[in-house]
Design a protein around this ligand. Sequence first.
Ligand code: BMA
Length: 366
Amino acid sequence: MDRILKTLMIFTSMMTILPSCGVDGNEDRDALMDRLCAAAGSGEIMYGHEDALLYGHGWGPDEADRAGYDRSDVKDVCGSHPAVLGLDLGGVEVADVDNLDGLRFDAIRKAAVAHYGRGGVVTFSWHLRNPLTGGDSWDVSSDRAVAYFLENEDIFRSWMSKVADFLLSLKDGSGNPIPVIFRPWHEHTGSWFWWGRELCSVDEYKELWGRTYAYLVEERGLTNLIWAYSPNTGVDEQGYMERYPGDGYVDILGFDCYQFRSEDESMESSNARYAAQLRDALGYITELGREHGKPVALTETGFEGIPYSKWWTEVLYPVINDYPLSYVLTWRNAWDKPGHFYGPFPGAVCEDDFKEFYSKKNIMFL
Ligand code: BMA
């Protein structure tokens, strides 16, 4: 994109985003909100990786603990940690000791606090159980789960109270809960989670969000949360906004977008399809960000197994570089499923390309 046009676009987004940022909450939360707005406004994009400090390709949670939560695949490749650490709360609602991916909540707490202490940003998603069936987030066997959760106040409050307790337990050196980006009820424009589009009505979804907010913020006083809304791509602007809970309940306009390739599709076609989908979503979401005065983030992305060696600089970067994004987070590098990775690691085919991505002036690490 033309340099002048880009500078103008960034400047315009700063003018429209900055004034409404950091208006409530506590000081640390406001500082994080300002940082997200400033990143979006200056053209700098923070790079994030899910579970980065808890394990990596070929090393597990025990090694993470031994390393004092100071090891990540990203650091092994380029010498710096990702700026954003993604974590997941799934299982905390039923008082499980481990989250859904086998990580001790105690370890998740240590990683979150360590990352924040080093100047990083922490974000939580929540792949919680299905309250009606006892199954997991992907159990879509009933379209009554959301209604059931809303009707059963005792379960709702019990689950939410455990989330509140955990988030309040993430304390900095002065004993204050650290600010975190909280991203509940995500990818709801698809129907693979029990809170998905075909599993509940528009009103039920909005009530689910509103009651979550009311419990955590108003009842439990969690002023350290930045609320991220993150539908999945594959919808237009109207679809994106259909279940938007309202400006008073959302701080970040996010979205999740993955690259897929079927066996008979060429890499070129898959790359082009993903780039087009990203651009399409970023076109209207950055516009919505300006209108609503909210920073925008690519809250989950990636290409499983990254089979294209130049994915970072030839596929992802050219698109995100054209938009004022606060951060981009790629999904996890599972230690127990060798092909399930979305970030770099030493020896990966995309390793050198990631180093080049790392050297871009506007992609931020710790
Ligand atoms: C999915 C996969 C699963 C994981 C889940 C929650 O995309 O990575 O293995 O359990 O996210 O982290």
